[in-house]
Write a protein that binds this ligand. Structure first.
Ligand code: HXC
Length: 514
């Protein structure tokens, strides 16, 4: 056969496979506001950058009449490409082919691209849209999932792993996203659950919709399984692309630098913290008044809002920000905010991203609910994560730094490299009211005017400790700075910590309080 006719044959074979599960299934997909797997890859990657592998892969299952079924590319598209020039490995499950269900060859395609990503050291993006384990293939499907989970774990901390949930993600299939670093969900499209509504109805006799069980809002606001929420696939892809600009391609390098511009002066950093220390303010304004272009890329925006995490740049370099949020529960640390912060700190540490911490924390949240939910174990994760992190750590105490919260929020004692405090900082074992009530109880009780004495004693305690100078006199705080000096201090601290190197005791691995 002449080359020309061989090329024609190739084109025809390709054409057929590129149609996926056929017109009817594609129409059904579109009616749900979803793109096809191929369209998703094209929308996400730089134009013309996609190289596909394993287009011609076929399943060889025989049971349940599977030998009579052809499943184009076995329901998943894999390949490599670029996003703003950054190399990425990608797979997208094709729901139009047997509901994107995962059979043996389908799983082998995914593990092939995972191996490739790890070997070539590039981020991995998985687009999930699947009915889960292909029921007809039995244990082979389960084996496939196991191989994926193993590779997710092996790659953890080496390459960034991003999961995009653009359809159902049912049964144990959700554990691959759960093992990855960032999970993206889209309103009305994403569904994640271990046991679906049918099973719940059978076992528990309860009726529940897929949306209420594990929709995008549930995972962004309640479970904390999702890191980014959006209202359309288009918005979701814009978020993924932006994330890729902030993070390094693997753990052996630093994030690329970007053009620098000063923050928006409209934020007026000197005026953010109110004069009255009991009034709240938005800590995101503090972050935006210090980062380049005032561009703060928040992560898990709607989960455990009492702590804020995300990326920003200082002088063109990526930094990870962790900040107590006085607008929500006075910025207290609790079970969920501890989990949220600790995981992010570990991400930054694994990928050479310096951590900047803004502190305004009244302590850990008291009460039986929190105690019984395990605030000791979860709270300890923050201590562990900060202590373990060897990337440059910079702390700015804005206002309250009380008790365990003071220690946990990147204090000097957990080896923060630079600790700054604003003049508004109050560093103490606990709040002045609580402290005065305890240590001056006898004097207050025996006084002719207990309320007046209490007020006096509170003032006395405040004068003594509700300031940054006692901590500064011990060297726990390196410098007391004006708010307007913050960006300059961060720029300088980052510049002088470029070559930070730390020796840690040799061990296989530590035992964080998971
Ligand atoms: C084989 C499947 C499938 C599956 C869907 N299909 N899920 N085929 N194995 N798991 C097929 C359907 O038969 C159908 O084929 C096509 O995909 C589209 O499915 P529909 O049901 O028509 O789509 P829709 O109405 O949109 O419903 C989507 C769905 C539903 C909610 C995901 O299909 C569903 O409930 N599927 C089963 C989910 C599930 O229980 N999976 C197994 C979980 S156990 P035709 O030929 O008719 O077009 C599991 C264990 C993993 O995953 C453990 C890992 C550790």
């Amino acid at each position: 056969m002449a080359l020309k006719s061989k090329i024609k044959e190739l084109q025809e074979r390709r054409e057929k496979l590129l149609r996926g599960g056929g017109e009817q299934a594609i129409e059904k997909q579109k009616a749900l506001g979803k793109r096809t797997a191929r369209e998703r890859i094209m929308a996400l990657l730089d134009e013309g950058s996609f190289n596909e592998y394993d287009l011609f892969v076929e399943h060889d299952a025989r049971d349940f009449d599977m030998d009579k079924k052809t499943l184009p590319s076995d329901g998943v598209i894999i390949g490599t490409g670029t996003i703003f020039g950054a190399p990425v490995a990608i797979y997208a499950q094709d729901f139009t082919v047997a509901g994107g269900s995962l059979g043996l060859m389908h799983s082998r395609k995914i593990t092939k691209i995972m191996d490739h990503a790890l070997k070539m050291k590039m981020p991995l993006i998985g687009i999930n849209d699947s009915g889960g384990a292909r029921i007809q293939e039995g244990v082979n499907s389960l084996a496939g999932y196991g191989e994926i989970f193993f590779r997710n774990t092996l790659s953890s901390g080496v390459i960034p792993q991003i999961s995009v949930i653009l359809g159902p993600c049912a049964g144990g299939a959700v554990y691959s996203p759960a093992l990855t670093d960032f999970v993206f969900v889209v309103d009305n499209i994403s569904k994640m659950f271990i046991t679906g509504p049918e099973v719940i109805k059978t076992v528990l006799g309860e009726e529940i919709s897929m949306e209420d069980l594990g929709g995008a809002r549930v995972h962004s606001e309640i479970t904390g399984n999702a890191h980014f929420f959006s209202s359309s696939e288009e918005e979701c892809f814009a978020q993924i692309k932006k994330l890729i600009t902030f993070i390094p391609w693997h753990n052996g390098q630093k994030a690329r630098t970007a053009d620098t511009a000063e923050p928006d002066p409209g934020f007026n950093i000197d005026k953010i913290v109110p004069d009255d220390p009991t009034l709240p303010y938005d800590v995101k304004d503090v972050i935006k008044s210090t980062v380049d272009n005032s561009d703060f890329f928040e992560i898990m925006e709607n989960y455990a809002r009492n702590i804020v995490i995300g990326f920003g740049r200082i002088g063109g370099r990526t930094a990870g920000f962790v900040a107590n949020q006085p607008l929500e529960m006075a910025g207290v640390l609790d079970v969920d905010s501890s989990d949220k912060a600790a995981r992010f700190i570990r991400y930054c540490d694994a990928f050479n991203i310096p951590i900047i911490t803004f502190v305004d924390v009244p302590g850990y949240l008291p009460g039986i609910d929190q105690e019984h939910a395990g605030v000791i174990r979860h709270g300890a994760k923050v201590l562990y994560a900060y202590s373990e992190a060897t990337v440059p750590k910079i702390t700015v105490i804005l206002r309250k730094a009380y008790g365990g919260g003071y220690i946990a929020m990147a204090s000097r004692h957990l080896r923060s490299d630079f600790v700054f405090a604003w003049p508004t900082a109050e560093i103490a074992v606990m709040g002045p009211e609580g402290a005065a009530n305890i240590i001056f109880r006898k004097e207050i009780m025996s006084s002719d005017d207990p309320d007046g004495t209490r007020r006096l004693k509170i003032e006395e305690y405040k004068k003594m400790f509700a300031n940054p100078y006692v901590a500064a006199s011990r060297g726990y705080v390196d410098a007391v700075i004006e708010p307007s000096e913050t960006r300059r201090s961060l720029l300088h601290s980052l510049a002088v910590s470029e070559n930070k190197m730390i020796q840690v005791p040799e061990k296989k691995h530590g035992l964080p309080p998971f």
